[in-house]
Design a protein around this ligand. Structure first.
Ligand SMILES: [Mn+2]
Length: 505
């Protein structure tokens, strides 16, 4: 959905979820501003019994100048609203938002899809905040983000929804974080009015009830229901305990369990552990050291019949049993059970880095898988794989494996339309450059030969190129080694393997 499609409606109500948080408020304010700029008759509303009380939210509405404009209507007593109700940071008809009967409905949200019968819907479940989604949607309409208060509000929405930005993983979240011109002093002030004295007590009580598992040096804490940021605060604290290498802090919500994960060892990435814990019952992710996630109660109840404390400790133990670590540089690969494959003539994208920026420029390449720091060199080639995944190569190696063409690279060159076209950040001036206009098509020449087999266990591969962090392989992904270099060991995801390789006879 494009937000310009909503301009045909008038009047409009933008509705936050009940007990709105900073993300909901900022989202509503942004859409309100957009509709006002398009001369709509628009109102901002939230329902439910509770008026906003949390100190930083009062400060936020005050700062945005919407103390009177954001209406608190505990329950809609009037007739059906004759215009459009747009719910932001929640889904019209879902349990966390009181229904305003209306002629038309629309949804902009970033939670798991709960409501699927509202046609005008934009739900991006993998974004850290609804503010990010709205930022992207408005940017797509050419909206100028020249209102500092609006920018600051959106930034703060993302900040509070991602545990102080530490649990960000979506590249759009990172783009908004890096590109918004927000007022630093305001954010600094807002974030230091985050907890109440009651919440201080909740954190203190929670910490006294820790459970420690010495074998793998991890600890688990359950907290009472509280602002999600407190989970982050407790887990940051927990990780600083000498005996603790990984920590999990969680609590219960009406529709599930929120949890925060921390790790301080290089063999365990917090984002991966979070995703593992939530596998099949929710979602999780974030950074290597800090991550978080959500377990859905409906899915949990279908699959598990044990107390949640036990679930978390069981999942962590399963996690530690589930993987094998390979240090490729020193590893003796066993070719038993591996078959020989050749790379198909697939079309991919490539960019010669020196065409974009001068040699010597420090850059950061933002991709779906994460940010890569590097420096533009004479022979640096940035490759865009068949799912939009990005990796770097050297001209000499590139020429051995690919035939370069001058055809322009577009989305539909890839076998799957990429979710995010990579961008390059110039570290010198902080400017963002989209790589798509520089990208050309290359065709793999079929010279790449590998031995590969499906993995039966999760893999963590510290490659011979980089051993600070590992490449992760899930069960069913392929463990691959180049036939011309037995230490060039890596992982190829299951769902792209058959599209890119064929067996040799
Ligand atoms: Mn949100």
């Amino acid at each position: 959905m494009r937000v310009s499609e909503l301009l045909k409606f008038n009047p409009i109500i933008v509705q936050c979820h009940d007990n709105p948080d900073a993300d909901a408020i900022a989202s509503a304010y942004a859409m309100y501003t957009y509709f006002m700029a398009n001369a709509k008759n628009v109102r901002m509303v939230y329902c439910g019994n509770n008026a906003i009380q949390k100190s930083n939210l009062m400060l936020l509405t005050d700062y945005l100048g919407i103390k009177d404009k954001l209406e608190h209507i505990p329950k809609w007593e009037n007739d059906e609203f004759e215009g459009l109700v747009l719910t932001v940071d929640c889904q019209y008809g879902a349990g966390n938002v009181t229904k305003i009967p209306s002629k038309y409905q629309a949804i902009i949200d970033h939670h798991q899809v709960e409501i699927s019968d509202v046609e005008l819907s934009e739900i991006a479940s993998d974004m850290g905040s609804c503010s990010t989604l709205i930022w992207k949607l408005l940017k797509d309409e050419g909206f100028a983000f020249d209102d500092a208060k609006l920018c600051t509000g959106l930034y703060f929405g993302l900040y509070t929804d991602t545990n102080s930005l530490s649990e960000i993983y979506n590249p759009y979240d990172k783009d908004m974080r890096d590109l918004l011109a927000y007022e630093k002093s305001v954010v600094h002030f807002l974030k230091n009015s985050n907890f109440s004295l009651d919440e201080l007590e909740i954190a203190g009580n929670a910490m006294r009830g820790y459970r420690y598992y010495p074998e793998n040096r991890f600890a688990i804490i359950k907290s009472e229901q509280c602002d999600p940021n407190i989970l982050g605060l407790i887990s940051d604290f927990l990780l600083q305990v000498a005996e603790v290498d990984e920590g999990i802090v969680y609590n219960e919500w009406p529709n599930g369990y929120k949890f925060s994960v921390r790790s301080c060892v290089k063999e365990v990435h917090a984002n991966e552990l979070a995703a593992f814990i939530a596998e099949n019952v929710g979602s999780g992710g974030g950074h290597r050291e800090k991550a978080g996630g959500f377990i859905r109660k409906d899915l949990y109840d279908q699959k598990y019949d044990i107390p949640t404390g036990e679930f978390f400790s069981q999942r962590v133990e399963e996690y530690f049993r589930s993987f094998e670590v390979i240090h490729a540089a020193k590893y003796d690969i066993d070719l038993t059970g591996m078959k020989k494959y050749i790379k198909k003539k697939v079309h991919q994208g490539y960019v010669l880095a020196k065409d974009v920026l001068p040699v010597g420029t420090p850059v950061m390449i933002r991709t779906l898988e994460g940010d890569i720091d590097t420096v533009v060199e004479e022979d640096l080639v940035i490759m865009i794989g068949i799912k939009g995944e990005v990796y770097s190569s050297r001209l000499e190696k590139f020429n051995r494996s690919y035939t370069a063409t001058d055809d322009k690279y577009t989305d539909d060159v890839s076998i799957r339309k990429p979710d995010y076209i990579p961008t390059l950040y110039n570290r010198v001036d902080g400017r963002m450059i989209e790589l798509a206009p520089y990208a050309r098509v290359c065709i793999s020449s079929g010279a790449t030969q590998i031995f590969a087999r499906p993995t039966y266990k999760r893999m963590k591969i510290f490659t011979q190129w980089y051993d600070e962090t590992y490449m992760e392989g899930k069960v069913g992904d392929y463990l691959a080694v180049r036939t011309d270099d037995y230490h060039d060991i890596y992982i190829i995801e299951k769902d792209i393997f058959s599209d890119t390789y064929e067996e040799m006879n």
